[in-house]
Design a protein around this ligand. Structure first.
Ligand SMILES: [Fe+2]
Length: 273
């Protein structure tokens, strides 16, 4: 049973001690990686806004943080998948990390599951777009997954549906309707994971109640929650753990940890949903 952990929106910058939203982005991302790798995932997803200042050096920090965490946790078998958000430079992300890891658009297969990572980056704006060419590629991957009898998790940065926050919904996915129309037509698709909202959020497709839509907290800083945090820790960094079951079901847990730099003696929280 593959285990996937989603981290999102680390907002790294070129300086190792650089602060974003008043917090040191790199130290918090390192902590998130350690928290994630402690759970022994098979796949680790970083769902966009990887590098806030979009610098080459920022992406090198991202790569080095991943490499160091793998060393610390003896986690050489974990596979990483990354995708671009609005705060990203997709070509630099691919150039620095694409040699070793899957960078969107891309596919990671694990047993009877397939993770599709999709870029919703649109140059010069905060809203996102999949685009016709990438949507066609998604449809091809879905048909192939059905032929191979694989279940599918789709990951992108922007929520594919409105979440109920007027400010976020104005910078959502401009072709979300088209994407959701494709995804709901494929019975292989079981979950859609996204970042961008810096918060826990969960829903289902209006026409496919078995298709989960899940928003992930940021490893850096939270935005105002639309839904209550099941752990009562809406302002803490976090991530999401998903166990992908062979029968096509998904068991998921929200993860939260404190924003302090110390990792000793602090409470962690997880919950099965
Ligand atoms: Fe973000």
């Amino acid at each position: 049973m593959p285990r996937l952990i989603q981290l999102s929106d680390p907002h790294l910058v070129a300086r190792a001690d650089g602060r974003v939203r008043g917090r040191t982005a790199l130290s918090l991302f390192r902590k998130a990686l350690d928290k994630a790798l402690q759970e022994q995932p098979d796949l680790l997803l970083v769902s966009g806004d990887c590098c806030h200042d979009e610098t080459w050096c920022g992406y090198v920090r991202l790569r080095d943080a991943i490499d160091a965490a793998i060393q610390r946790k003896a986690a050489s078998t974990v596979r990483f998948a990354l995708l671009a958000g609005n705060h990203d430079h997709p070509q630099r992300l691919r150039a620095v990390l694409g040699r070793h890891w899957v960078v969107a658009p891309g596919v990671v297969d694990a047993g009877c599951w397939r993770l599709l990572v999709v870029s919703s980056h649109r140059a010069g704006g905060c809203a996102g777009v999949i685009g016709g060419a990438q949507l066609s590629w998604v449809n091809t991957q879905l048909r192939e997954a059905e032929t191979l009898e694989k279940f599918v998790v789709v990951a992108l940065h922007h929520p594919p549906v409105p979440i109920g926050d007027p400010s976020m919904d104005t910078i959502g996915l401009s072709d979300g309707l088209q994407l959701m129309d494709s995804l709901r037509r494929s019975s292989a698709v079981r979950a859609v994971l996204f970042g961008h909202i810096h918060q826990h959020w969960q829903g289902v497709s209006a026409l496919r109640p078995d298709l989960s839509l899940l928003g992930c907290p940021s490893t850096l800083a939270s935005f105002d929650p639309v839904q209550p945090c099941p752990l009562g820790r809406a302002w803490d960094p976090g991530g999401r753990l998903l166990d992908l079951v062979a029968d096509g079901s998904v068991q998921e847990r929200l993860m939260r940890w404190s924003a302090s730099s110390s990792q000793q003696g602090e409470p962690d929280s997880v919950i099965f949903v």
